[in-house]
Design a protein around this ligand. Sequence first.
Ligand code: X8Z
Ligand code: ZN
Length: 613
Amino acid sequence: MHKPSPRLAIFLAILGCAQPEVAPTPPTPQPPTGPTAAEADAFVQQANADLRRLWVEAGKADWAYETDITDAHEKEASTKREATMAWLTEAIPKAATFRGVEGLSAASARQLHLLRINATLPAPSDPARRKELAEISTRLSGMYGKGAYCTGEGASQICRDLGQLEDVLAQDRDPAHQLEAWTGWHTIAPPMRSDYQRFVELGNAGAREIGFADMGELWRSGYDMTPAEFETEVDRLYSQVSPLYEGLHCYTRKRLNTRYGDQIAPKTGPIPAHLTGNMWAQSWENLFPLLEPFPGEPDLDPTAALQKQKWDPIQMARTAERFFTSMGLDALPETFWQRSMFTKPPGKEAVCHASAWDVEMNDDLRIKMCIKPNYDDLVTLHHELGHNYYYHAYYTLPALYQNGANDGFHEAIGDSIALSMTPGYLKQLGLVSEVSDSEKSVLNFQMQMALGKVAFLPFGRMIDQWRWDVFSGKVPSDQYNAGWWALRLKFQGVAPPTPRDEAFFDPGGKYHIPGNTPYMRYFLADILQFQFYRAMCDASGHQGPLHTCSTYGSKEAGDKLQKMLAMGSSQPWPDALEAMTGSRQMDASAILAYFEPLQGWLKEQNADQQCGW
Ligand code: X8Z
Ligand code: ZN
């Protein structure tokens, strides 16, 4: 029962004074008013049915739009997005009326909570503002998908899309070409800036209507703890891993300096972002040839073999599927192979950023990707299938439970499988020719893995720090770019290659900003995937250093995984984590154990350096 607010209490007291002085009659017992637990159950059941219908409609329209960006598809996608928003606007206040109802089941209470925090983009209840928000958010994804950098005029104009510009950063070692690819891609973003500002205003208004201070607080509410506790948790995890990153940064900066000289790659301070082999400096695998600790050892990079052996996208996807089936998980449905988008459709604009779907929420699994024959994409295929296997495990649950235990879990599944792609496993695939367990080979392999997993940690940490700060107003709209680069510097020790003032909008060059996908999930996943991997390795009976484990073929490991996947978000995430790993805490000890050999070696390498930036 709620206590009356102070104002209401005063009002009642005044009324009391005005009552005539007669003997009070005893109150007759009243049946309880207000909603009942049975009504709450019925509401939850109806909400699940409504959401399933709305999400399927929206999913179909989004799929059509993202695989074929046209004005008509944009309009349809926006309309469906708006319909879901309108439904939530009515449902969330209704759900709130069931809070604290006597006898409310734990399942209904959880689903009512999940309903309130479900939307990553809460809309204002005013229909005109809701429509505007739906349109802006749909348009922003399309702007990113259509992004291209064009040079020349008229008939001699040449346009390059993200995939082509990424290839320059990955393969072309001429820093002038890298600089052009980097600055070129970032020209797609300034036109997003005013839309993004309005998007923040409207999304925040929507968040406030459902009782959050801003969108950031809503996003931080999805972790079975308070938003403030979640911030502390993120800080705790980051402080566990930041020394590992600092070692890698220091070593990388030294090697870049040796390669490019002081003018282009200074000995001290931050690393110029365009030299990291990746558009966002978020993973540095493409620097491996430059950073390989012992170049004379057997070649570990499967990219050359994938290209030489002309692997096609289906073959790559089949290989990823086979890993899951080897562990006893089901084969993907036939419709996966018929309906997925594996390459960019000729003559169409599409969002190439990889994603996994269950469009009809009935095991209608698909991926959307523009697959290239390289190691990165082979890993990404495992990542995407991780999402699909989650969908597959929980598609019969109520719609509100069709989610990861937390969003970091969803992102970690496929990666925890791909950690098993050891040199030995790659040899079985014919993608590396020789393997050795010499100390030198181990360090080479560790370096390759660290350039993906360790380099990513500060990037995963900073993206939503920026958005949290933008949503709360700490970073105002006339400081978007400055706020972005301040965090890039603070966490990654990375700097832009050219001065970037507020005429730019560099956050818009990263898919998840215009796409409005929360990003802290990837930071959590970077840590969780090693916990999952260690648990699966234990289940498979693995002995020896963690980095030598492959769970290929282990039904015991698959069984463990499947059990956790089938829970969806029906239980708080610590329960799911405990079922899988025996621990109720997210914890960096597994990633640190994995990289123990490299961390020691980096320390030696950096002994003569002034590390930090
Ligand atoms: O966006 C993705 C996946 C789809 S959920 C391809 N990732 C992040 C990124 O590309 O920035 C996977 C790793 C981080
Ligand atoms: Zn993902």
